[in-house]
Design a protein around this ligand. Structure first.
Ligand SMILES: [Cu+2]
Length: 143
């Protein structure tokens, strides 16, 4: 030992600890962004059943197989199931959440452009699962 200097080890440890803190902070921030529903988001109840989706807006409006939303608003989806496990997916908006009987799972999204997008069930839920589709219709009220 004696004159042995260990500063390279301390630098190494410092770099490793800094990297771990940075990766942890990034992961925490990503988690927070995904889970934090924006203030004033409109709630839509999404019900999965064999073999279609129904939607209920805050004002009581109901839709079957089609979901109309507006550009520039945030939506909180409360996803439930009437029978078996389903999984609600809007591929273009990276919305994917299981619909489980007896549970309410929430996910949020905010459409950015007017247009139509596919809705699909992503959990095998019986014979006609392949056809458990819907349409997301994003409208621009100012257009
Ligand atoms: Cu399905």
């Amino acid at each position: 030992m004696g004159g042995h200097s260990n500063w390279p080890e301390w630098i190494y440890i410092g770099v490793v600890v800094a990297l771990m803190v940075w990766v942890g902070a990034e992961a925490w921030e990503a988690e927070r962004l995904v889970e934090h529903v924006p203030e004033g988001a409109e709630t839509i109840i999404v019900t999965g059943q064999q073999w279609f989706w129904t939607f209920e807006h805050e004002d009581g409006t109901k839709e079957i197989g089609e979901l109309h939303v507006e550009v520039g608003k945030a939506y909180k989806l409360e996803i439930v199931s009437k029978d078996v496990n389903h999984s609600f997916n809007i591929h273009d908006y990276v919305v994917l959440m299981d619909a489980i009987p007896g549970r309410v799972n929430t996910v949020w999204f905010a459409p950015t452009d007017a247009g139509e997008h596919d809705i699909q069930c992503r959990e095998y839920c019986g014979l006609i699962h392949y056809n458990m589709r819907g349409k997301l219709i994003v409208e621009d009220p100012t257009a």
